[in-house]
Design a protein around this ligand. Structure first.
Ligand code: ZN
Length: 105
């Protein structure tokens, strides 16, 4: 939205004029889309162009990028839960040992 592909400067999504510093206006629209919310947004040189954009049919929301889980992510998740299991096991053993030492068990 609103970025010139050549140099990354902010441009009006309606007329393409370069926008500087604090002379721009951004509009974001959130609406239901499939099973989630879809956002579309644009930046403009002024309110007349923002009004013209919002009055026209809105573009489709950008598709959500659900990144596939990599093997490394799965290994990290498995490692995390393995550490949690070890800590929980030793914690339980500690509680049992203290209870035996105190004569409660
Ligand atoms: Zn404009």
């Amino acid at each position: 939205m609103g970025h010139d592909a050549t140099d990354g400067t902010l441009v009006c999504d309606m007329c393409g004029v370069s926008l500087d510093g604090d002379s721009w206006l951004a509009v974001a629209v959130t609406r239901p889309h499939a099973t989630s919310l879809g956002d579309v947004g644009a930046v403009f040189c002024g309110q007349p162009h923002a009004a013209a954009w919002i009055a026209s049919p809105l573009p489709d929301p950008a598709p959500l990028h659900a990144e596939p889980r990599s093997g490394r992510d799965r290994a990290a998740t498995a490692g995390f839960w393995a550490v949690v299991a070890v800590v929980a096991t030793f914690s339980l053993a500690g509680v049992v040992a203290v209870a035996q030492w105190a004569g409660l068990v």
